[in-house]
Ligand binder design. Structure first.
Ligand code: BDP
Length: 326
């Protein structure tokens, strides 16, 4: 009996020792809104492999695709409080929580995707990253999300074509202001609801990049995609700040390195797959309209800038940094 108890105790102690060494390995949950076939899904899967390799298995990652851990605004909040460790987020829905991130949601603030990356890799990016880190959602790397353009059952060549249309936007007052400034009716809505809303006519149109337009079937319920390219919104691989700061310097470098490599992989995939997505939707019958003159769209945004900057004068400096970046 004693011997049995002794063995049992010994077994229990051995198990505790084993378990505690396993417990120093941490499993992080990662949020991703996209499904298979989207470049970010492949990049997040790659990130899981890279983080495991770079940390010698001390950090492993379970990636939950398709937004199953919640809508994007909810997931951002969950990463901020540490209920989810990591996410691939669009900076659009981060703006309402971290003011500095709103820079990227001003229509036409960037001249091109390379210009957007130059701003993010300079002083502007440092200001945004540090504000996000302070808010609990630290960007480890920036990724590409191309440019967003309008789609509807008709071509949108001028702001007047938006007049009277109900257009779905992401959750951010700047996007509702943007649609209202063109005389449209903005309808903020979760990404997962947009296909049905387009199909049933709850909204007349929406706006997104080619991979998202294709991947969740918006092209199946629309006829025209018009290249207004009014928003160039970057995305991040973002981690809960407290969790990241608790790591040793060596582990922090490993995690950051893995995120940066995953981001490079994403940017390469994005270049190829966004072109392919355009070809695929065209082959499926979508009319892709070049917008000959974006000037009228830019002009229509003057009141959006004025209202925003008079309500948020502290954002003026950041806007000037972006505008002064070559
Ligand atoms: C996609 C973004 C995703 C957004 C979505 C949307 O990658 O993060 O949630 O647009 O429009 O392009 O909601």
């Amino acid at each position: 009996m004693y011997q049995t108890l002794g063995k049992t105790l010994f077994g229990a102690v051995a198990a505790v020792t084993l378990f505690s060494s396993a417990a120093s390995a941490d499993t992080w949950r990662a949020w991703n809104i996209h499904n298979d076939g989207h470049p970010n899904t492949a990049a997040m899967d790659r990130f899981a492999e890279l983080i495991n390799d770079a940390t010698g298995g001390e950090i492993t990652m379970d990636v939950f695709h398709g937004g199953v851990l919640g809508s994007q605004p909810d997931a951002i909040e969950q990463v901020r409080i540490g209920a989810i460790e990591i996410g691939n987020f669009n900076l659009g829905p981060i703006g309402p929580m971290v003011k500095e991130a709103n820079l990227v949601s001003l229509p036409f603030i960037f001249k091109s995707v390379p210009h957007m990356f130059r701003v993010l890799e300079g002083e502007g990016g440092e200001i945004i990253a540090s504000a996000m880190g302070d808010a609990g959602i630290l960007p480890l790397a920036w990724i590409d999300a191309g440019a967003r353009s309008f789609y509807a059952q008709k071509a949108i060549n001028t702001p007047a074509d938006v007049e009277g249309l109900k257009i779905r936007v992401m959750n951010n007052d700047l996007y509702t202001a943007m649609i209202s400034a063109m005389g449209g009716n903005p309808s903020p809505m979760a990404f997962g609801e947009v296909q049905q809303a387009l199909k049933t006519g709850v909204v007349d149109g929406a706006e997104n990049n080619f991979p998202s337009f294709k991947n969740v079937g918006h092209f199946e319920v629309t006829t025209n995609y018009s290249l207004s390219e009014h928003l160039i919104i970057p995305e991040c691989i973002c981690v809960n700040t407290t969790k990241f700061n608790a790591l040793s310097a060596e582990m922090q470098a490993a995690v950051r390195g893995a995120a940066e490599e995953a981001a490079m992989f994403q940017r390469e995939l994005w270049a190829v797959q966004s072109e392919q997505a355009r070809k695929d939707v065209e082959a499926a019958g979508i009319a892709v309209n070049e917008v000959a003159d974006k000037g009228p769209f830019q002009d229509a945004m003057a009141s959006v800038y004025e209202d925003y900057l008079s309500a948020n004068p502290d954002m003026r400096a950041l806007v000037e940094i972006a505008q002064a970046t070559e």
